[in-house]
Design a protein around this ligand. Structure first.
Ligand code: ATP
Ligand code: MG
Length: 226
C-alpha cells in the first residue's frame, strides 16, 4: 500500500473531437506528501484543470491510476469514490462555487452535514473555520452580500472544514486583483501549514507559485519539475 495521501501513476487523458485526438496528459506521475504545497503552472490549455479533475475523481483517465488514501479510484464503486472524496479531499475553484442564497455559515457547514456530522457540531466547526479566515463578523451574511476576496475565503474555509488530507485548488485567487490575491493566498498557506493539509494549486501567478514547496510545469502532456 502506498504511503502517499494522493498519487497518480502513468496517468493519460485523450479527448477526441470530430477530426482529431487531443492527448492532454501523457503518462503523468505525481506523489503528494503530507502537508506539502505543490504549485502547478502551465499555459492555457495545457491540461491543468484536466489533471485536477482526474486527481479528484471527478473525471476518468484514458489510462493510468489515481490512488487516494491507498485505494485505486478505478477499482471502487461510485459510492465508495464519493465517500473517499468527501473524507480526504477539499476543492477550491477559481469562481468559488458557493451557494449564493445561503449564508457563509451554511455554505461552510455543508460538507460536514453531507458527512452526517451533527448540526450543532457542524455549526461550531464552521464558525471556527470562518474565524480562522478572518470572517468572524460575516458568518450570517449571504454569499451575495460578500466581497470577492471574502467569498474566496469562505470557499477556502469550506474546503478545509472537514479536515481533508489534500485540497485541490484550481486558480483559487484567479478572479481577484493582485493585492487581494496575495492576501487570500497568504491566509490559505498559513491555514494549510497550521492544519497540516497538502495542497495542489493551479496558478498563473508566478509570484504565488514561487512560494510553494514544489513547482511543477505541465507542458505537452508531461508534468516536469522547474
Ligand atoms: N471535455 C472535453 N472535451 C474535449 N476537449 C477538452 C475537454 N476538456 C478539455 N479539453 C481540452 O483539453 C485541453 C486542456 O484543457 P484544460 O481545461 O485542462 O486546460 P488548462 O491548463 O486548465 O487551461 P486554463 O489555464 O485555460 O484553465 C484543452 O485544449 C481543452 O480544449
Ligand atoms: Mg484550467
Amino acid at each position: 500500500m502506498s504511503n502517499y495521501i494522493l498519487e497518480c501513476q502513468a496517468l493519460s487523458k485523450v479527448y477526441h473531437d470530430a477530426t482529431a485526438k487531443i492527448e492532454v496528459l501523457n503518462n503523468v506521475d505525481l506523489q503528494v506528501n503530507p502537508g506539502e504545497l505543490i504549485a502547478i503552472v502551465g499555459n492555457s490549455g495545457s491540461g491543468k484543470s484536466t489533471l485536477l479533475h482526474l486527481l479528484g475523481g471527478l473525471d476518468k483517465p484514458t489510462s493510468g491510476k489515481v490512488i487516494l488514501s491507498g485505494k485505486n479510484l478505478a477499482e471502487v464503486t461510485e459510492n465508495e469514490k464519493c465517500r473517499l472524496r468527501n473524507r480526504y479531499l477539499g476543492f477550491v475553484y477559481q469562481f468559488h462555487h458557493l451557494l449564493p442564497e445561503f449564508t457563509a455559515l451554511e455554505n461552510v457547514s455543508m460538507p460536514l452535514l453531507i458527512g452526517n456530522i451533527q448540526p450543532d457540531i457542524a455549526k461550531q466547526k464552521a464558525e471556527r473555520l470562518l474565524d480562522m479566515v478572518g470572517l468572524k463578523n460575516r458568518v450570517t451574511h449571504k454569499i451575495g452580500e460578500l466581497s470577492g476576496g471574502e467569498r474566496q475565503r469562505v470557499a477556502i474555509a469550506r474546503a478545509l472544514v472537514a479536515d481533508p488530507s489534500c485540497v485541490l485548488a484550481d486558480e483559487p485567487t484567479g478572479n481577484l486583483d493582485m493585492r487581494n490575491a496575495e492576501m487570500v493566498f497568504r491566509m490559505f498557506v498559513d491555514l494549510q501549514k497550521t492544519l497540516q493539509t497538502s495542497v495542489i494549486m493551479v496558478t498563473h501567478d508566478r509570484r504565488i507559485a514561487e512560494q510553494a514547496d514544489r513547482v511543477l510545469i505541465l507542458k505537452e502532456g508531461q508534468l516536469l519539475g522547474v
